[in-house]
Structures are given as C-alpha cells and as structure tokens.
Design a protein around this ligand. Sequence first.
Ligand SMILES: [Zn+2]
Ligand SMILES: [Zn+2]
Length: 248
Amino acid sequence: MISKLVDGLYPPVCVLCGESGQAGHNNQGKYTAAADICRACQQDLVQNEPACYQCGIPLSAAGNNPRLCCADCLQSPPCFTRTLAPYLYQWPLDRLVQAFKFQGDLTVGRMLAGLIQGNIEKLANAAVPDAIIPIPLHRSRQQQRGFNQAALLAADLAKGLNIPLRENILLRGKPRLPQVELDAKARKKNIRGVFALDARVAKLPAHVALVDDVMTTGSTLSEAARILLERGVERVDCWVIARAPKPG
Ligand SMILES: [Zn+2]
Ligand SMILES: [Zn+2]
C-alpha cells in the first residue's frame, strides 16, 4: 500500500534515459530492479550468453551441455564451481557500473543488484548457497570511496533472495597495486595472499556465493575462493554483474 503510494508520488525513472521505469514494486511491496531501468534500456544491456559454466567467459557456441566450460577451464579449472555473470561489461552497462562505483549512485547499485537477482531467479538449476560473502575492499580504499560496492550488492542480494549475508568472514590485508593497471599474470601475483579469514569465525558455511561487481581475469575471486576452500568451505560460486574481456 505505502509502496504503491510512493510509486504514485515519485514514479521511478530509468537511470539511463530518464524515461519512466517499469512498475516500481511487485505485489508483495518488494522492490524490483526493473523500477529504475526502462524496458528499452534493459534490452540494450548485452547478455553474456552463452558463457562458460565455471568462469563465465563468453563462449561462441552454446551446445546442449548446460555446464559447458571454456578451453581454459577444461585445462586448468579455477577453484570456484560456477560463475554467474549475466551481462557483458560494455556500453551501456559499463556506464552504470562506473556511476555506482565511482560516483556513488546508490540507485544504480540497487538496480544492478536487482538485475543479478532476476537472473539468479531465472536459473532452474541454481544451487542455493548457504551464505553470500562480498569481496572486501581494503580499509583505506573503502574510506576513500565511502562504501564497498560489492558489499552493497551482496546486502541487496542477501535480502532479496533471503540468504544469510556473512560480511565479516573474509578480510582484506595490505593494499596492493590497483589490479586495473596490471596484466593477467601480474594480477595473479599481486593478489596472492591478500585475503585472510577472521579467526573468530568458528563455523564456515558449506556453500558460499562470492559477490563482486565485475569479473575481469577472475584472479581476485579465485584468490578469495582459494582461502575459503582451504579453510573447509566445500563450494564457492561467483556472482557478478558482468564479465569484462581478459586483459593482455
Ligand atoms: Zn531507459
Ligand atoms: Zn571457463
């Protein structure tokens, strides 16, 4: 009732074009991502399909195997089980991610989380994780930015999907060089040993979904997954908005 009233007073507008968004709230009064993006702009976002089941890299042909993997994953599989990266990191999605991450546009962040959620709900064979864990930012980075974009996405996903959020398990140690300036090999080296687990956490969840904004080489997610698996987590999946092309 109240959410319907709010929609009437402040009709949601599309974050990309400013036209009116799609219906703001569903029947249960729950927020739907579609409120903040119009149908036409949502269709402009390039779906990452078909993609590798394990690492989410775009594949050229789908085939009949729903767990089809890329050649790299067949040869040396990453330690995480499945990647969900519903979009390609290109226009206009890159603009949205940047508005969220660097300009702190939280409406865009909420909308992006809603888009991931919509794609997870569409998956018929999705194994539901026991907990959602955001990739932490180093404290100094977070202070500079004012928030951790992955934590905001993870919180929205946890709430929307009704899965526990475990924000304090994974810790980030010393700051390193920004990954964005490095090639694939250097990224792997730079990130090694950057994460730790909070020793006070007695019992780790068996199946975890790691949340980040964009997956590029996968080295950050891989390193976080490695630590969790080493300490007894049985399965790690990666949930991101988009897959970017691998650099170098
Ligand atoms: Zn629009
Ligand atoms: Zn792959």
